[in-house]
Design a protein around this ligand. Structure first.
Ligand code: RET
Length: 235
């Protein structure tokens, strides 16, 4: 049976490989906007560090009879705003709107961490609060951000649509795993919880990045347009 430490090393390795790929991409000097690569490289690097810490047994906090992996939540608090900034840059939304998206997202991640650290029934209230904020986040992605993206033309609109759908579908699995796992109803073993989250983290960071950059490059060649490209509005 695989143990959690092996899984954490596997995660660290995958995130390290992702970081290398995105750093290489940014140095390859193609026409894509280097900010997209920088965001993806930072996301994978932060996660690689978080996974290495967890593999070394750092940040394992006992709460009641279960363990909370603090680096997991710190990773999410730092990297989810970056992933949203990637989508924000692609959609061309303004700084103020992106700020709102990031604040709502921080309520989701901070609420999730606070809920995990509590042992009584109160954690389910905090989970509810974070879940409500998550619904607002999904609304912002499906509504205002998508509208803004479609104003940048059909190619960007459809690339944004695919990445947004991928994001909403994958991100929505996290609260389910949280509820079924040790912090919630404790129906999953710790190993299964770590396996699912590691897999999801790799998909939402490295998988998302590779798909985004490949699709962007295809649109660039087909249309001769630079996508992902500079936002059309001044930033
Ligand atoms: C929590 C519990 C509280 C309710 C909700 C959650 C959602 C978590 C999400 C995490 C996404 C993480 C990503 C990480 C890596 O790239 C905090 C589990 C709604 C959406 C994308």
């Amino acid at each position: 049976m695989i143990d959690t430490t092996t899984l954490f090393w596997f995660g660290a390795l995958g995130m390290g490989a992702g970081t290398a790929a995105f750093v290489r991409g940014s140095l390859s000097g193609d026409t894509s906007d280097s900010r997209y690569y920088a965001i993806l490289a930072a996301v994978s690097l932060i996660a690689a560090i978080a996974y290495a810490l967890m593999a070394l047994g750092i940040g394992w906090l006992p709460v009641g009879d279960r363990i909370v992996f603090v680096p997991r939540y710190v990773d999410w608090i730092l990297t989810t705003p970056l992933l949203l900034a990637f989508l924000g840059l692609l959609s061309g939304i303004g700084r103020r709107e992106l700020g709102l998206v990031v604040v709502v997202n921080t309520v989701v991640m901070g609420g999730g961490l606070a809920a995990a650290l509590l042992s009584g029934a109160a954690r389910f209230w905090l989970f509810g609060l974070a879940a409500a904020a998550y619904v607002a986040l999904v609304y912002l992605l499906l509504g205002p951000m998508s509208e803004q993206a479609s104003e940048r033309g059909p190619a960007v609109g459809s690339l944004f649509g695919s990445l947004r759908n991928l994001t909403v579908v994958l991100w929505s699995v996290y609260p389910i795993v949280w509820l079924l796992g040790p912090p919630g109803f404790d129906l999953l073993t710790l190993t299964v919880d770590v396996m699912l989250v590691t897999y999801l983290d790799l998909l939402t960071k490295v998988g998302f990045g590779l798909i985004a950059l490949n699709a962007g490059a295809t649109i660039e060649t087909e249309l001769g347009a630079s996508v992902p490209a500079e936002s059309s509005r001044p930033s």
